[in-house]
Design a protein around this ligand. Structure first.
Ligand SMILES: Cc1ncc(COP(=O)(O)O)c(C=O)c1O
Length: 454
């Protein structure tokens, strides 16, 4: 059967219709945006909030569980969940109570609390690594880990997957271009040419990995176990075993960033697939949205790191942050790990993502579109080509900005929020089958409109 492609003129027309509808139902958000522009740069508290589909951002009234409402009284099923920051669902009761209590008992002292030990022990149980430190963001956890890896190996470079994202870590803003290494597009005020700090290989390219590691200057590989920030790109069978073998053979630390792949289960992809990283980093949902992140080390790694630390004070040594490891974050992390992102929660969340995937797949098939969907634990993402991309480069080439924006705005106008900039959906412990079915219905309507001849 010939596969229908999307008619671009029709797409433009439909997007314009959706924008008009959005403006009509978001008058108060528009009003607030106008006011915000007088005191906030670009009219938002963080610049990228202007990049959502639609002519201006939705201003939120409140959020609870897997839903939120906006200042115009519109209600949404939230499948974005703060791009994983709220994978716990919004304001989960156990964390809300714990945070409120801890606010009254002191939030930050530059001294440890007993909660830190409970969290360290729980992280060890989940991820298998015995030695932990805490930061406020996954970006910082990655930055600090890179520094430690450099200190312990005496090597200068970091190796990443093409089209990875690990937060605003300078070394990771590099992509393969014309056979060499170039800055990722829109790398704002890049401190140095990334080819000085970084080697880049495609995920699933073991020959490339071996070639780059053989240069002998790579302190660590910083990898998501599956790419999640350029669509989902899964590792091929045997990939991680080979990565472990090659990094060990070349004396390079293996850092696994579980910030998004925590969706694979309570111990992330690492535990679900028996990976054995030297370092593991994770952030975002760990404390139900209170800023918190962690990085763990294997026993041998911790020993090497300890031996590499300078003998004098290290409080201004490039790793830290005054609020890192604070009492509030740790109390919130404890409540989250103990009561929210539990083993039982994942047993409900993962089947919901399967339900989401089945619904999307059925609609794609029914309308004969050449699109795919990939699932990873309680996360799923669809893309606009027939074959699943095998590498970050292939995934980047298959991005379709206009189609992306249309699908987002269409869903938003019908009460479903998807993760911006791509087409990802995430399930929380509070998400229901009815929430998923709502998306399936809306997705079906969108593709039916796209597939219609006009
Ligand atoms: C895999 C991964 N690591 C790290 C980060 C950085 O997280 P944060 O922005 O909370 O520092 C992100 C953000 O999207 C991410 O996707």
């Amino acid at each position: 059967m010939p596969v229908p492609t999307v008619d671009r003129a029709r797409l433009t027309e439909l997007y314009a219709r959706e924008e008009r509808s959005f403006e009509h139902t978001h008058a108060r958000s528009l009003e607030l945006f106008g006011r915000a522009r007088r005191s906030l740069f670009a009219g938002v508290p963080m610049h990228w909030m202007t990049e959502w589909a639609g002519p201006f951002p939705v201003f939120v009234e409140e959020a609870s569980g897997a839903r939120f409402s906006d200042v115009d009284g519109n209600e949404y099923v939230d499948l974005c969940l703060g791009d994983t920051g709220a994978m716990t669902g919004h304001a989960p009761e156990a964390a809300a109570v714990a945070v409120a209590e801890q606010m009254r008992r002191g939030t930050t002292l530059m001294l440890p609390t007993e909660d830190s030990i409970w969290v360290g022990e729980e992280m060890t149980r989940r991820f298998g690594l015995p030695s932990w430190q805490f930061a406020l963001t996954a970006t910082d956890a990655n930055r600090f880990t890179i520094r430690l890896a450099r200190a312990a190996t005496g090597r200068p470079k970091v190796l990443v997957h093409n089209w990875c994202y690990h937060g605003s870590v300078d070394e990771t803003f590099a992509v393969i271009a014309d056979g060499g290494i170039a800055s990722r597009p829109n790398n704002i005020g890049a401190p140095v040419d990334p080819s000085l700090t970084t080697r880049v290989v495609e995920i699933n390219d073991l020959d490339g990995l071996e070639r780059e590691l053989a240069e002998g200057d790579v302190a660590c590989c910083l990898f998501e176990p599956a790419l999640t920030n350029i669509g989902i790109v899964l590792p091929e069978p045997g990939y991680h075993d080979a990565v472990r073998e090659l990094t060990s053979r070349h004396g390079t630390f293996l850092v696994i960033d579980e910030t998004h792949t925590l969706c694979s289960g309570p111990g992330g992809y690492t535990r679900a697939h028996d990976l054995e990283p030297d370092f593991l980093t994770v952030g975002k949902p760990l404390a139900s949205g209170v800023p918190a992140a962690a990085y763990g080390m294997s026993e041998d790694t911790a020993r090497r790191v300890a031996a590499a630390l300078p003998p004098g004070p290290v409080d201004v040594g490039g790793i830290g942050g005054t609020l890192a490891g604070n009492a509030l974050s740790l109390r919130a992390m404890r409540a989250t790990l103990e009561h929210v992102l539990t083993d039982e929660a994942f047993e409900r969340m993962i089947p919901l993502a399967e339900r989401f995937t089945d619904g999307v797949e059925e609609a794609i098939g029914r309308h004969g579109l050449d699109w795919y969907i990939t699932r990873l634990g309680c996360r799923a993402e669809y893309g606009f080509q027939a074959a699943r991309p095998r590498t970050g480069g292939e995934a980047a080439a298959s991005m379709d900005h206009d189609l992306d924006r249309f699908m987002h705005l269409y869903a938003l106008n019908r009460g479903v929020l998807m993760t911006p900039f791509h087409n990802m959906a995430l399930m929380s412990p509070a998400t229901t089958a009815a929430d998923v079915d709502r998306h399936t219905a809306v997705f079906g309507e969108a593709v039916a409109e796209l597939a219609a001849t006009g």
